[in-house]
Design a protein around this ligand. Structure first.
Ligand code: NAP
Ligand code: MG
Length: 497
C-alpha cells in the first residue's frame, strides 16, 4: 500500500493544505474514500503564482545543461517510486494495475527522460546576413509563469506532459490536476523537490475546476494557459484567456475513427479495434470510437470484435489478471450508460455489452465492453465524445465515403486506417483530419513525436520538440553591421537629408 502525500498542495517548495471545502478521492472499483483533502482557494492559488513568478528569473537563467541535469535526476527519483506511483494511479482512477505499470508510469518517466535531452535542443533559424547590412539572430525565450489544468484519465502522464516542456524551456508552472485524481501529481511534485528542482519552479494546487482552476487561469500574471480536458471547458477557458490576452494551448476531446478497408488484415483490425476502444476503459481522448468497415468485411469484423470483447476480464484493478477496471467515477459510468441507452432507444443495437455488470462488480463503477451497430451517422453516439468502453461499427461502400464519414464529426484528434495498399494508406494519411493518423495500428504514442488536435480537438502540441513551440517565444535580434549613420533605406523617409 503506497503512502499518500500528507498534504494537498505544493507551493514554493512546501507541502501545504488548502483552506477550502473538504473533497474525497474515491476508489471507483469499490466506492471507498481513500483520501480526503481541502481544496485550494484563491489565496493559495495566488501564493502559488507568486512563488512561480519569484522562481522564474533564476530558473530561466539556468543553462540548458543545468536544466537537463535536474530533469535527469527527476527521472531517477521517479524510477525509485515507479511501483508506488502505479499503485496510487490505479487506486485513484480504477485503471488496471497492468496499464499503470506498463503504460502510464513508464510512459511518464520516458517523457521526463526525453525532455532532459530535449532541453538542450531548442532550435531556430541559422544566424546570418539575410540583409547585407545586418546580422540576424534568433533567440528562443521562455514565457514566464505557465498556468496548467489537467484531466483525470491519465493523471500522472497529463501532469508530465504539461510540466516537462514548460520547465525544460525555462518557464515555471502552477498546475491544477483534476479534482478526483490529485495524488500522483503530488507525488510527482515531491519527486521534483527530491531531485533538487528549485522551490517555486513546479507548484501544484488542488480543487474544483470552476473555483481553483478559474482562479489560476484568470490571473493576469499567467503568461500562458495550458489546458487538457473537454472541449466545452476548453472553450470557456479560451474566453477567459481572450479577455486577458493570455497565450493558450488547448488539448481537447476526441472521437477517433478507425477505418477498415476491404483489403485489411481483418485479424489485426479486430484485435486493434478491441484494444484501442477499451484502453483505459475507453477513457482515452484518442480511443477508437467509430469503426467504419467496408460492407464486404462488416459482418466478419463485428463478429470478431464481439467475440474478443467478451473475453475481456473485468475485475479488481489491483489484480494483474484484470483487463478492464471500472470507469473513473460513478458519474462517468452513469454518463456512458445513459448515452448508450439513448443510442439503443434511437435504433442502435448492442451486439455485446450495453450494460453494467451484476454481482460483485456492481459495487464499482463498471461497464461492460460494448459494441454497437445500427447507429445513425448524425446520432449522439457517433458525433459526441462517449469516454467509455464503447465502440460503434458502421459500414461503408467506397473509400471516399469512408473518409467523408470519418471526418464528419467536430473533433480531429486521432484516426487510423487499416489496409495493405500503400496508396490507400497514403491517401488516408493525407485526408483524415486528425493530429495523429495511424496506419495499421491505433493508440501507440512516443515521446519524440507530437500529440495534439485539429478542429474542435484544440491546437498546440504536447510531447516532442514541437511542444517547445508552445512554451517558448521567438525573438529576432537584428544588428547593423555597417556602422554607417546614413543608411540607404532612410531615403524613403527623408530623401534630401
Ligand atoms: P473536464 O471536465 O474538461 O476537466 C478537465 C480539467 O478542467 C479538470 O481539472 C477540471 O477540474 C477542470 N475544469 C472543469 N471546469 C473548469 C472551469 N470552469 N474552469 C477551469 N477549470 C475547469 O475534462 P475531464 O472530464 O476531466 O477529462 C476528460 C476530457 O479530457 C475528455 O474530453 C478528453 O477527451 C479530454 N482529454 C484530452 C486529451 C488531449 O490530449 N486532447 C487528453 C486527455 C483528456 P475538475 O476536476 O474539478 O472538474
Ligand atoms: Mg470534470
Amino acid at each position: 500500500m503506497p503512502t499518500y502525500p500528507p498534504s494537498s498542495s505544493y507551493i514554493a517548495g512546501e507541502l501545504g493544505v488548502g483552506g477550502g471545502s473538504e473533497l474525497p478521492v474515491v476508489d471507483p472499483s469499490t466506492g471507498a474514500v481513500i483520501w480526503t483533502y481541502r481544496a485550494d482557494g484563491s489565496a493559495s492559488v495566488a501564493a502559488a503564482i507568486e512563488a512561480a513568478a519569484d522562481a522564474y528569473p533564476d530558473w530561466s537563467a539556468t543553462t540548458p545543461a543545468e536544466r537537463s541535469k535536474a530533469l535527469q535526476t527527476l527521472e531517477t527519483e521517479l524510477e525509485w517510486i515507479a511501483e508506488e506511483l502505479a499503485q496510487t494511479e490505479t487506486a485513484q482512477t480504477g485503471k488496471p494495475i497492468r496499464l499503470s505499470r506498463e503504460f502510464d508510469v513508464p510512459g511518464s518517466i520516458d517523457n521526463v527522460a526525453f525532455f532532459a535531452g530535449a532541453a538542450r535542443h531548442l532550435e531556430g533559424k541559422a544566424s546570418g546576413e539575410y540583409s547585407a547590412d545586418h546580422t540576424s539572430t534568433i533567440r528562443r525565450e521562455s514565457l514566464g509563469v505557465i498556468g496548467s489544468i489537467a484531466p483525470w484519465n491519465y493523471p500522472l502522464q497529463m501532469a508530465v506532459w504539461k510540466v516537462l516542456p514548460a520547465i525544460a524551456a525555462g518557464n515555471t508552472i502552477v498546475l491544477k490536476p483534476a479534482e478526483n485524481t490529485p495524488l500522483t501529481t503530488l507525488m510527482f511534485a515531491e519527486a521534483c523537490e527530491r531531485a533538487g528542482i528549485p522551490a517555486g519552479v513546479v507548484n501544484i494546487v488542488n480543487g474544483p475546476g470552476p473555483e481553483t482552476g478559474q482562479a489560476l487561469i484568470s490571473s493576469p500574471r499567467i503568461a500562458m494557459t495550458s489546458f487538457t480536458g473537454s472541449t466545452a471547458v476548453g472553450r470557456q477557458i479560451a474566453s477567459v484567456a481572450a479577455g486577458n490576452g493570455t497565450r493558450l494551448h488547448l488539448e481537447l476531446g476526441g472521437k477517433a475513427p478507425f477505418v477498415v478497408f476491404d483489403d485489411a488484415d481483418l485479424d489485426a483490425a479486430v484485435r486493434g479495434a478491441v484494444a484501442a476502444s477499451l484502453i483505459n476503459t475507453g477513457q482515452d481522448c484518442t480511443a477508437a470510437t467509430r469503426a467504419y468497415v467496408h460492407h464486404s468485411r462488416f459482418d466478419e469484423f463485428v463478429a470478431g470484435v464481439a467475440e474478443l470483447m467478451k473475453k475481456v476480464r473485468l475485475g479488481a484493478p489491483t489484480d494483474p489478471e484484470t483487463d478492464q477496471g471500472p470507469l473513473v467515477s460513478f458519474k462517468q459510468r452513469d454518463r456512458v450508460a445513459a448515452m448508450v441507452d439513448r443510442a439503443i432507444r434511437d435504433g442502435a443495437t448492442a451486439v455485446t455489452g450495453g450494460r453494467a455488470p451484476e454481482g460483485e462488480l456492481a459495487a464499482g463503477a463498471y461497464y461492460e465492453p460494448t459494441l454497437l451497430v445500427g447507429a445513425d451517422q448524425r446520432s449522439e453516439i457517433v458525433q459526441d465524445e462517449t469516454f467509455g468502453p464503447v465502440l460503434v461499427a458502421l459500414p461503408f461502400d467506397s473509400d471516399d465515403e469512408a473518409i467523408r464519414l470519418a471526418n464528419d464529426v467536430p473533433f480531429g484528434l486521432a484516426a487510423s486506417a487499416w489496409t495493405r495498399d500503400v496508396f490507400r494508406a497514403q491517401t488516408a494519411a493525407r485526408s483524415l483530419a486528425a493530429g495523429t493518423v495511424w496506419i495499421n495500428d491505433h493508440i501507440p504514442i512516443i515521446s519524440e513525436m507530437p500529440h495534439g488536435g485539429m478542429k474542435s480537438s484544440g491546437y498546440g502540441k504536447d510531447m516532442s520538440t514541437y511542444s517547445f513551440e508552445e512554451y517558448t517565444q521567438v525573438k529576432h535580434v537584428m544588428s547593423d553591421i555597417t556602422a554607417v549613420a546614413a543608411k540607404p533605406w532612410h531615403q524613403t523617409i527623408f530623401a534630401n537629408a
